[in-house]
Design a protein around this ligand. Structure first.
Ligand code: ZN
Ligand code: ZN
Length: 415
């Protein structure tokens, strides 16, 4: 599956230092540090974490959570990538807690990315389980009838408008493979909604809609057990990839920051993320991630102040990443471009930045000094450019994407 490298490509966002995060998954952390797979662990009575490998990814595994249900059977939070390796790891992991794939009654997916949702249908077919996914992510699966060539064309247009040099434009045929991977996945049985109580015997899980990383990302919270299943929304060390792809999700970073705020009211004893390791002190982590994006937004404003009329691509190349730009793989640069765009769109919404539509679009600071002419109202990027005919839907082209670990000693890491 050579295209999986592409799907897993992530922008080299820098890691947010997380000195205040309390690492509770110490075995997971040490496995991650030494490049291995963590053990299957009992997190709490009736709650297990089962690492499932993902192909060609520096993240290496997704943490599937198995929840023992009152009256028998188990539910899964996420399922894993749709490969035989993942299937075998899930089967073997469940065996350690005395369960089998056939015992699965429900699969609640935090979001549609292939490392979370890819295996869901196979588990469903083996067990008769129902599959739950938020409607906004399920809608992406519904894009299967979209003409793939049209999607590729509009993605190419987005890159051109971003100012990507011709010689650097990524291979568009690869992009089509990404799309086909996502659209080939079967739909859910249950559409999850914000604040929905998930129907799992013996559990009080409720869905918290946290769009941003994907439009239908959900976290799951148990008040009684004070556990938060955070999916890719909040991870202990890296920040999830937030990328602008299309007009369908006009402001993904704005959505994401709002979704972080949404978790402020929760007081979990422990956060169970889908990658890396479990941790405590959610509020500190939320603050760190917010500060990271605030610094990123400020850096982009400063770069525009220095070079008014920069394109998104020029800004992306001028920002600080976990590795020198020259060392960032070409396709990952594209993800970095999408992430830069997401920040630009938010700055535009906040009235800090404006763009001159065109190919490429050029960005300027808005003069906010007293007496300055009123800036034109916020306008979505590409709104006036008309280069992106009915776009494909955000995550159709998105990687599952926690942005990469920024550790400079990890060649696969992209922070
Ligand atoms: Zn993921
Ligand atoms: Zn993801």
């Amino acid at each position: 599956m050579p295209h999986t490298l592409q799907i897993r490509s992530r922008p080299p966002t820098d890691t947010v230092p997380s000195t205040m995060v309390v690492i509770t998954g110490t075995a997971q952390k040490s496995a991650l540090d030494r490049g291995g797979l963590p053990p299957v662990e009992q997190v709490r009575p009736g709650t297990w974490s089962v690492p499932v490998p993902i192909p060609i990814s520096p993240l290496r595994y997704v943490l599937v959570y198995a929840l023992e249900l009152a009256g028998g059977g188990i539910a899964l939070v996420d399922a894993g990538w749709g490969t035989d390796d993942a299937w075998n790891a899930l089967r073997d992991g469940l065996a350690l807690l005395g369960s089998a794939v056939e015992d699965v009654r429900a699969i609640v997916a935090t979001h549609v990315h292939p490392d979370h949702y890819g295996l869901a249908d196979r588990v469903r077919r083996a067990s008769g389980a129902w599959v739950g996914l938020h409607a906004a992510d399920a809608a992406l699966l519904g894009e299967r009838h979209v003409h793939v060539d049209g999607l590729i064309t509009s993605m190419g247009s987005l890159l051109e408008v971003s100012g990507v040099p011709d010689a650097t434009l990524p291979d568009l045929s690869q992009a089509s493979v990404q799309i086909r991977t996502l659209v080939s996945m079967a739909g859910p049985d249950v559409l999850l909604e914000h604040e929905q109580r998930i129907d799992l015997p013996g559990w009080d899980l409720r869905a918290i809609w946290t769009p941003g990383h994907s439009p239908g990302h959900v976290c799951l919270y148990s008040e009684e057990r004070r556990l938060l299943f955070s999916g890719d929304h909040v991870l202990p060390r890296i920040t999830p990839h937030i990328s602008f792809h299309s007009q369908k999700v006009p402001n993904p970073l704005g959505d994401y920051l709002g979704s972080l705020e949404r978790l402020r009211e929760l007081e979990p004893d422990e956060v169970l993320p889908a990658h890396e390791y479990r941790f405590a002190n959610l509020s500190a982590r939320l603050t760190e991630i917010e500060r990271h994006h605030a610094a990123r937004l400020a850096a982009i404003e400063a770069a525009i102040a220095e070079r008014p009329g920069s394109t998104a691509w020029e800004l992306a190349t001028s920002l600080e990443w976990s590795r020198p730009w020259e060392e960032v793989p070409v396709f990952t640069r594209r993800a970095a471009n999408g992430e830069t765009l997401a920040h630009l769109v938010l700055l535009e919404r906040r009235g800090r930045v404006r763009h001159e539509p065109g190919t490429p679009a050029r960005f300027y600071l808005v003069d906010t000094s007293p007496g300055a002419l009123a800036a034109p109202g916020p306008r979505g990027f590409l709104a006036g450019a008309a280069v992106c005919p009915e776009p494909p839907g955000d995550s159709t082209t998105s990687a599952c994407a926690p942005s990469a670990p920024a550790a400079p000693d990890r060649p696969g890491g992209t922070g």
